[in-house]
Design a protein around this ligand. Structure first.
Ligand SMILES: Cc1cc2nc3c(=O)[nH]c(=O)nc-3n(C[C@H](O)[C@H](O)[C@H](O)COP(=O)(O)OP(=O)(O)OC[C@H]3O[C@@H](n4cnc5c(N)ncnc54)[C@H](O)[C@@H]3O)c2cc1C
Length: 419
């Protein structure tokens, strides 16, 4: 039972934190809800920062999870621009950057991720960028517009989702773009070589140059300005700006200092939580990018750095904080938009986990669904420019049923009929 005089504290004013606060109220919690974030902006969604907001098609107002007045209306106490610097599990308090402490009965950690940095000479030059926050997107937007005007050159280190989305945005501004990627295709670890090549072709058609199988070793600059980059195969590429898009690391320092169980980096990192998103301390929960949760459907521990996991994981953690029975078993899901290609991916098929990739539809025209299978069971599905199929794809994954690959490849056979 949860009393009205209890205080629930949420650390991290991102999507998971804001959605958890919303759910606590929606589920009738009458106690204090305190949401603490180190950014000055109200909680916002990050996907537009590499898409519509970066290209200038989406206004700033559209990225926020709630309008500012919503928090007061729902009696959510907001502390913005305030890092939580420590959690005292004995005293059940959190300490803020300004030295004040706040007592909690239950605590949710939703501290998200931070971009990994390039550990090479020149990384501190002013023309080297990262993309995680609204302020980063504001700055990058400016940079891309001026590169476009001046025929300038952007080098992107990393051909992952963020690197590719920024490449598409930069081409939209008219900037020259080179992507340096250590693997033989972009998105190699997520999609494998076949589908990775599709994204390489898409970007090449739009004028993006790729340098595969190489890593940046140096960013060459003068008077703070970027002039070029050097790669480990001895090549040099002209550059006026560099985006480091080499992945993100979960922000686990607070949890670690508090002595909570973590998962080591080789196994995905993050704060270890059970299927109800509870950490090794029964009064502390974790959600969003930092949570490495035991997945009841996939029978493995999984940390998912995607929007839908923050959107659904925050509420799931909130319900668990209220003492409800929670088994967080959402099929992992994410989406991306690049040029006129939109895609959604459901499931989990890391390299080595599948033995077959089946395409349904027209791959050449980039309107198809790809399925990753193991022993004829569907592990994951990605719909590219084909819509309203997420539900049947996720149902197929959930069922664990063996399917006939020929029928799966045949668009005239409804997905619903395959089980
Ligand atoms: C540019 C970009 C584009 C993306 N596009 C997509 C996409 O297209 N599709 C998709 O599925 N996913 C996408 N993602 C991923 C998605 O945005 C993240 O998975 C999601 O933001 C995770 O939410 P979160 O609440 O866990 O963490 P975050 O959104 O990172 O929020 C955590 C918040 O906690 C704050 N914080 C951290 N430590 C402290 C502390 N000690 N004290 C106080 N506050 C703290 C952080 O500053 C941050 O504000 C994208 C991410 C980025 C950066």
């Amino acid at each position: 039972m949860v009393d009205a005089d209890q205080t629930f504290v949420i650390v991290g004013g991102g999507l998971a934190g804001a959605k958890a606060a919303e759910t606590l109220r929606a589920e009738g919690f009458n106690g204090r809800v305190i949401l603490i974030g180190d950014e000055r902006d109200h909680p916002y969604e990050r996907p537009p920062l590499s898409k519509g907001y970066l290209t200038g098609k989406e206004e700033r107002d559209t990225v926020f999870v709630h309008e500012p007045a919503w928090y007061a209306r729902n009696d959510i106490e907001l502390h913005l621009g305030q890092p939580v610097t420590a959690v005292d599990r004995e005293a059940r308090t959190v300490r803020l950057g300004d030295g004040t402490t706040i007592r909690y009965d239950r605590l949710l950690l939703a501290t998200g991720s931070e971009p990994r940095r390039l550990d090479i000479p020149g990384t501190d030059l002013a023309g080297v960028h990262h993309l995680r926050r609204l302020a980063h997107a504001d700055r990058l937007r400016h940079v891309l517009a001026s590169l476009g005007r001046d025929n300038g050159h952007l080098v992107i280190a990393g051909g992952g989702w963020i690197g590719l989305e920024v490449a598409a945005a930069a081409r939209g501004y008219g900037a020259e773009v080179t992507v340096v990627e250590s693997e033989p295709t972009p998105l190699h670890h997520v999609l494998g070589p076949e589908l990775g090549q599709l994204f390489a072709d898409l970007h090449a058609e739009h004028g993006v140059r790729f340098h595969f199988g190489a890593r940046l070793t140096e960013i060459i600059g003068q008077d703070g300005m970027v002039l070029a980059v050097r790669t480990d195969d001895g090549e040099e590429h002209p550059a006026h700006a560099v985006l480091a898009a080499v992945g993100a690391a979960p922000r686990t320092a607070l949890a670690e200092a508090a002595g909570l169980n973590l998962v080591d980096r080789a196994h995905g990192g993050g704060v270890a939580v059970d299927e109800s998103l509870r950490t090794s301390d029964p009064e502390i929960f974790a959600a969003g990018d930092i949570a490495a949760a035991h997945h009841p459907l996939l029978h493995t521990r999984l940390r998912v750095e995607h929007w839908a996991n923050a959107l659904n994981g925050g509420p799931a953690a909130a319900r668990a904080m209220l003492g409800r029975s929670v088994s967080y078993d959402r099929v992992p899901y994410f989406f991306s938009d690049q040029y006129d290609l939109g895609m959604e991916y459901s499931g989990w098929a890391p390299p080595g986990s599948y033995d077959q990739v089946v395409a349904r539809g027209d791959v050449g025209k980039r309107a198809f669904i790809a399925f990753w299978l193991k022993d004829r069971r569907i592990l994951a599905g990605m719909n590219v420019n084909v819509w309203d199929v997420t539900e049947p794809i996720q149902r197929l994954i959930r069922s664990g049923a063996q399917v006939d690959p020929e029928a799966l490849a045949d668009p005239s056979v409804p997905l619903e009929n395959l089980i």
